[in-house]
Design a protein around this ligand. Structure first.
Ligand code: ATP
Length: 361
């Protein structure tokens, strides 16, 4: 078993502005070669956490360790430039008056020949060696971003902090650059803490996601754990559109139009939200009112009438007005399926893919 300390460890970090805890007892660790994403909505405190680790913002309490050594508490503080931390932001601001080579070499110390060889090695790695003597304005946005990446990596930082580094790039370019960036960071063995508000980006990049809300980390784990076992309704909703069916609990069960659902540990009379993602709703035909033949796993079917159907590219999104309470439920189907408005259809929900949470409010 590896007993070496984490590359980055922050413990119980808190920071308040005007009496409001913007970062509220945040703890996390990142191992070498691991990418951890701090994921959360705008304003939840992600960037402030990153700025504290970088050393440009002071925490009110808590500690930061790198490879087991104290970097910062409320008394002792290693200055930002000595923390072996690379930074990469959305606004990647290369120096316009310096060539690509000079930009990449900017944070490097040592002999000229040595620096040049590290610059060439890195530019070759991101397939940009041919631009070595060009100026940033001669490069596309994606190329500039790759130069910014290798500039940050040039001094071989132990940790890379990235704040929405890809949000300035257009969609298709972004996927390629994300994958390239990830490959380079893994190869260099850098520990990465990446801030993003986009769940897709976090799922694509992260070994581990720390989901943040109102200054706190509410759930932490591998992307599939957060997606498949969200802690609450909001965590489920952060990763995809959701449908919510509310029910009252009696004897640890709740009765709905889709049949009974288990609600263990919830008191009699309390309400629960049954959360189901649109891709886990099954659709069947009406067959002149005879309806479907559900399997035990599908549970009881409930009838709805198509409100509207749209083709989304790789799936169709169908909205139903449900007979039982006139609420709207949304289902996605991975093909072209565009029933006419007013068509009666039956819906079943995949019980193994439902989440039951105590209702709030
Ligand atoms: N220096 C400061 N003084 C006062 N308030 C601040 C300061 N820095 C951040 N805040 C506030 O703290 C909250 C969290 O900001 P932060 O930038 O960390 O959030 P974020 O999750 O990174 O959001 P975004 O994705 O929009 O950048 C915001 O409400 C912000 O206005």
């Amino acid at each position: 078993m590896d007993t070496s300390p984490p590359r980055l460890e922050i413990k119980d970090i808190t920071r308040s502005f005007g009496g409001r805890a913007v970062v509220d007892h945040v703890s996390l660790t990142v191992q070498p070669g691991q990418v951890t994403c701090l994921l959360g909505p705008s304003g939840c405190g992600k960037s402030t956490t990153l700025r504290i680790i970088a050393g440009v913002e002071m925490q009110d309490s808590g500690t930061i360790h790198v490879d087991g050594e104290l970097v910062c508490d409320t008394i002792f503080r290693i200055p930002p430039e000595n923390r072996s931390i690379g930074l990469m932001f959305q606004d990647f601001s290369l120096f316009p008056h310096l060539t690509v080579a000079e930009n990449v070499a900017f944070g490097l110390r040592g002999a000229k020949a040595e620096k040049r060889s590290r610059v060439i090695q890195l530019l070759r790695r991101v397939d940009l060696e041919r631009y070595i003597d060009d100026y940033p304005h001669q490069l596309s946005g994606g190329e500039q971003q790759r130069v910014a990446l290798v500039r940050a990596l040039a001094p071989s930082p132990k940790i890379m902090l990235m704040d929405e580094p890809f949000s300035g790039l257009d969609n298709r370019l972004r996927d390629d650059i994300r994958d390239d960036t990830l490959a380079v960071l893994k190869e260099e063995g850098t520990a990465v803490l990446l801030v993003t508000h986009e769940p897709d980006e976090a799922m694509r990049m992260a070994d581990e996601i720390a989901l943040m809300r109102d200054g706190k980390i509410v759930q932490q784990g591998a992307p599939y754990n957060l997606y498949n076992a969200p802690k609450d309704r909001e965590a489920a909703a952060f990763f995809s559109d959701i449908n919510v069916i509310r029910g009252k609990v009696q004897g640890a069960l709740t009765e709905t139009a889709f049949g009974q659902f288990l609600a263990p540990g919830v008191a009699d009379g309390a309400s629960v939200d049954i959360v189901i993602r649109p891709q886990h709703i099954k659709i069947d035909f009406d067959r002149q009112g005879r309806g479907p033949n559900p399997t035990p796993q599908d549970g009881t079917p409930a009838r709805g009438v198509v409100e509207r159907a749209r083709f989304m590219g790789n799936e169709s999104l169908v909205e139903f007005r449900m007979d039982f309470d006139q609420s709207i439920l949304r289902a996605t189907i991975p093909s072209v399926f565009l029933p006419k408005t007013g068509t009666p259809l039956w819906l079943m929900i995949r019980r193994d893919r439902c989440f039951v949470f105590p209702a709030k409010g």
